[in-house]
Design a protein around this ligand. Structure first.
Ligand code: NAD
Length: 435
């Protein structure tokens, strides 16, 4: 008699690397959602695994004539809902486990937003600041060549992520088009406007975080006008989030970046802070000290009294070490994975409302989707069209996640995962297992 293997095989107890920690956490969210949904074990087993995993070795000639060899990855979690979609990061900590976890999270994020994509992620284990621009270009082109067999505008569409940007996407798009011998700009999103990028892509994630923060306050009874906000991270996501929240009447009382935190209970001037980073020698807020602004540590920032706390920098910032001391009523996750699973339980028990990353920071992938649609149509939308559609997608997703979570008496994170897993599982069930 054949015995079906359990859905979650027993794992040996070993010390986790950060990548394994991320992967275990992603699987934990899937498993919890599957259990609550009473998901068919066969579908659950398929969703726990990744459809395709590619590891590539990337020899690159350096400017001094030596050859260095880097390792790159592209992981495709599932192509059941549509082509795979996900960013490419260049970072020394990139590992197969981390890329796999991020590919899975992309699936759930796209499903929450009802985007017709499955999740993917890519990365190269490299410190990009150790390479010249020419070396980076050669590395990017070699990586694109190496993953070319599995990417394509209808197969898998990469995008920027940590330490990659529109210049990286221009090189990827050019390499792919050259090797195919035909214009294929829709192979990536996050391109420069002149090469088929979309209006509104640069600020889309921050605008999305601000929209979700405001909707969360409105739904759970806090006026947006005058609401106090503390933000960790002042990069692409953090700055734009602050910009839109201030425009809509919130008071940003604390902001931090890698140099530390800056606090003024009367409200900070975020545009002046951005201007400061443009000219400061380290391009950070280090030394920012106008009257009324006091410095706090990044850890202290998380514990400040405020209505909304927005982690928009790194993963694993809210953990069992600080979850019971957080004083914000709402947490809106601009970063990916800023809250550990254990901290999430503590926050839920304390009544802190957490708008999870797979909903709150999905504005970027949503406008990436619009860019892909524009590319396929060879037609460019105006900014109004982009932002109108972004609002429509985010408002719908927010209402669906809240309604579902309230109906099932679970946290917004659990509700978002349950909704996402049920959608992808239904698509898988309808398609059936090939052959
Ligand atoms: P970024 O590199 O533009 O900005 C990161 C910011 O975090 C910088 O201000 C940096 O100084 C700050 N930072 C670094 N270490 C810090 C520390 N120890 N304490 C406080 N601040 C610190 O990156 P980004 O694109 O803004 O991404 C931020 C987060 O949002 C990441 O988790 C990323 O995965 C996630 N995210 C980004 C996008 C996007 O479109 N850019 C989309 C979805 C999710």
């Amino acid at each position: 008699m054949t015995v079906a293997s359990p859905v979650t095989p027993a794992q040996p107890a070993v010390l986790e690397t950060p990548g394994q920690h991320m992967l275990n956490s992603a699987l934990h969210h899937l498993d919890t959602a599957a259990e609550r949904l009473n998901l068919n074990p066969s579908l659950h087993r398929v969703l726990r695994s990744c459809e395709r995993t590619l590891t590539v070795s990337l020899p690159v000639e350096l400017d001094d004539g030596e050859t260095a060899v880097y390792t790159g990855y592209r992981v495709q979690h599932t192509s059941v809902p549509g082509p795979c979609k996900g960013g490419v990061r260049f970072h020394a900590d990139v590992s197969l486990e981390e890329v796999t976890a991020l590919a899975q999270l992309m699936t759930w994020k796209c499903a929450v937003l009802n985007l017709p994509y499955g999740g993917a992620k890519g990365g190269i284990c490299v410190s990009p600041n150790t390479l010249s621009e020419n070396e980076l270009r050669r590395l990017t082109r070699r990586y694109t060549y190496a993953i070319m067999p599995i990417i394509g505008p209808k197969k898998d569409i990469p995008a920027p992520d940590v330490n990659t940007d529109e210049r990286t996407m221009a090189w990827m798009s050019d390499t792919y088009s050259m090797l195919r011998g035909e214009a294929s700009q829709e192979i990536v999103t996050g391109k420069p406007l002149i090469l088929g990028g979309s209006a509104g892509r640069a600020d889309a994630t921050g605008l999305g975080v601000a929209i979700i923060a405001e909707n969360t306050m409105k739904r759970y009874g806090t006026p947006v006008e005058g609401a106090t906000v503390a933000l960790q991270g002042f990069g692409k996501v953090g700055y734009w989030t602050a910009h839109y929240l201030v425009r809509d009447g919130c008071k940003v009382v604390a902001v931090s970046d890698v140099s530390g935190g800056y606090y003024n209970p009367q409200g900070l001037d975020v545009e002046a802070m951005l201007a400061y980073t443009r000219t400061s020698p380290t391009r950070t807020l280090a030394g920012y000290a106008p009257p009324g602004v006091e410095t706090v540590s990044n850890e202290e920032l998380l514990l400040l009294p405020c209505d909304v706390l927005i982690p928009a920098a790194l993963e694993d910032q809210i953990t069992v070490r600080n979850a019971d001391r957080i004083r914000a009523r709402y947490i809106v996750e601009g970063a990916n994975g800023p809250t550990s699973a254990a901290a999430d339980n503590i926050l839920h028990q304390r009544g802190v409302i957490v708008s999870p990353d797979i909903l709150a920071n999905a504005g970027g992938v949503t406008v990436s989707y619009f860019e892909w649609v524009q590319g396929l149509q060879a037609f460019q939308w105006g900014l109004d069209e982009v932002q109108k559609n972004l609002r429509r997608f985010l408002y719908n997703a927010f209402d669906q996640v809240c309604d579902f979570s309230e109906a099932n008496k679970v946290s917004l994170r659990q509700g978002a995962f349950m909704l996402a897993v049920s959608r992808v599982a239904e698509a898988l069930d309808q398609r059936g297992i090939f052959p």
